[in-house]
Design a protein around this ligand. Structure first.
Ligand code: ADP
Length: 429
């Protein structure tokens, strides 16, 4: 089986977002965490290699992205996709332009597009300007981002600062005329010496037409929305079957548990809702800081309460409590203390027999996935926008020492409705 689409994402949750989009559009997809050191799976239509290359030095981002590209090329992928944030998170030093340029060169190609639009989440592009909801990117909250403040909504100008090749624009009036007109505009821009085209997009139907116009480009760059139109290209030439069950995951039994380390508003509401209805254990960060062995306490508690209703183990606190701990330990040390404890708890829970696990919090998810030794996630059904169920094979986790699947939902702190922890299980077979 050929892997059709090889993707490189510049961060972990961005990779999951893209992978979920591909599954919904009918491609069986696996997400790999970091550049793989072995062969890629051969029973999927798309692979997403998730890097942590958004804000590292540009040279490192380029090197890692090229290593990921090598792995994808070795697996025979037919088309390549560089996924970045829908708010084009980058600085004049990179890394979007630099990585795109390196990938173009490695693929011996002379043209690609840049389209971070994600209309379902309010990211649209009009006359080359990126809007976040009703405001221009540079007037949105992104202007205050601590690492990649975005102060200019003009993507042609922003990208041009990061690359040497010329950047052009395929504007709304062209996109509205459909795939053939868009492809003709790309040809025109190439003739004018452009190496990149920022592409306007206001709706999912625009993204479908743009996708169709990109069928023969070796490399695409964009947010996750641009992926919407790609599966249809492969279907049109008979390479992709209409997989009704692109998101089917191996069945998992076992106990159910939620580990929450996010203190974001949505997670606080979800914790409060679940505490009313399920057994819960507070991983009290102040007690952790006092040196209490809360990992042992939590696992003892879980052993006594597991097997029935899903368990909730949470460090989630109010902003005041977070500030107090940060004042006591320092921001980084406070975060690491809680993350390490929750990761050890997640590890212990799996040993106790948890087979279906929700983790709340981006950094917390990263710590848990690392502690569990997860290198690859099969992407399953969507729970809510941006959060799919996934499945990881854990080596040696079964009682007989064999590999065992673990169903994992990694929830970004601010995603999901208040009853997320109670209802997410319904999406599992
Ligand atoms: P989100 O996705 O909401 O940003 P993250 O897991 O990425 O969630 O970040 C939350 C951070 O806060 C983690 O580093 C976690 O360990 C830390 N944390 C959780 N509870 C507390 C607390 N009570 N005090 C200080 N830090 C905390």
């Amino acid at each position: 089986m050929t892997i059709l689409l090889g993707c490189i994402a510049d961060d972990f949750t961005g990779g999951t977002d893209l992978a979920g989009m591909l599954v919904q559009a009918g491609m069986r997809t696996v997400q790999l965490i970091g550049v793989p050191d072995g062969p890629l799976p051969d029973d999927v239509d798309a692979v997403v290699i998730a890097l942590k290359s958004r804000t590292c030095p540009a040279a490192d981002a380029v090197a890692e992205s090229l290593a990921a590209l090598d792995a994808l090329r070795e697996a025979g992928c037919l088309q390549f996709y560089f996924k970045y944030c829908s708010t084009f998170d980058s600085t004049p030093d990179g890394n979007i332009g630099q990585v795109a340029e390196a990938l173009l060169q490695a693929l011996d190609s002379s043209f690609t597009i840049a389209c971070p639009a994600f209309p379902a989440n309010g990211r649209t592009i009009y006359k080359g300007h990126l809007f976040v909801g009703d405001v221009l990117l540079g007037e949105s909250g992104m202007r205050h981002h601590p690492l990649t403040p975005m102060t200019d909504a003009n993507l042609v100008r922003v990208l041009q600062q990061q690359v040497r090749g010329k950047v052009g624009l395929a504007e709304t009036s062209v996109v509205a005329q459909g795939a053939d007109a868009i492809a003709a505009r790309f040809a025109e821009l190439r003739e004018q010496g452009c190496r990149y085209a920022v592409v306007d997009a206001l709706s999912n139907s625009d993204l479908m037409e743009i996708g169709a116009a990109c069928a023969t480009l070796p490399l695409l760059t964009g947010g996750s929305g641009l992926a919407l139109g790609l599966p249809e290209n492969f279907r049109r030439i008979g390479l992709l079957a209409p997989h009704a069950a692109a998101g089917a995951l191996p069945a998992t039994g076992g106990w159910r548990a939620v580990v929450a380390g996010s203190c974001s508003l949505a997670t606080r509401q979800q914790v409060a809702r679940m505490r009313e209805q399920a057994p819960s254990f507070h991983v009290d960060p102040e007690r952790l800081a006092d040196g209490a062995d809360l990992v042992a306490e939590a696992l003892e508690w879980a052993a006594a309460h597991g097997g029935g209703a899903p368990l909730l183990l949470y460090a989630t606190s109010t902003p005041e409590a977070v500030q107090a701990l940060q004042a006591r330990l320092g921001v980084e040390a406070a975060g690491a203390l809680v993350e390490n404890a929750l990761a050890a708890i997640a590890q212990g829970l799996v040993k106790l027999g948890v087979g279906q696990l929700i983790v709340a919090g981006g950094e917390t998810s990263g710590a848990v996935v690392k502690a569990l030794g997860v290198r690859s996630l099969r992407i399953g059904p969507e729970i809510c926008p941006g959060v799919p169920w996934t499945s990881a094979m854990l080596d040696g986790a079964a009682p007989d020492g064999a590999a065992r699947p673990l169903a994992l939902a990694l929830k970004s702190g601010n995603f999901g409705a208040p009853d997320f922890f109670l209802t997410a299980w319904e999406e599992l077979a």
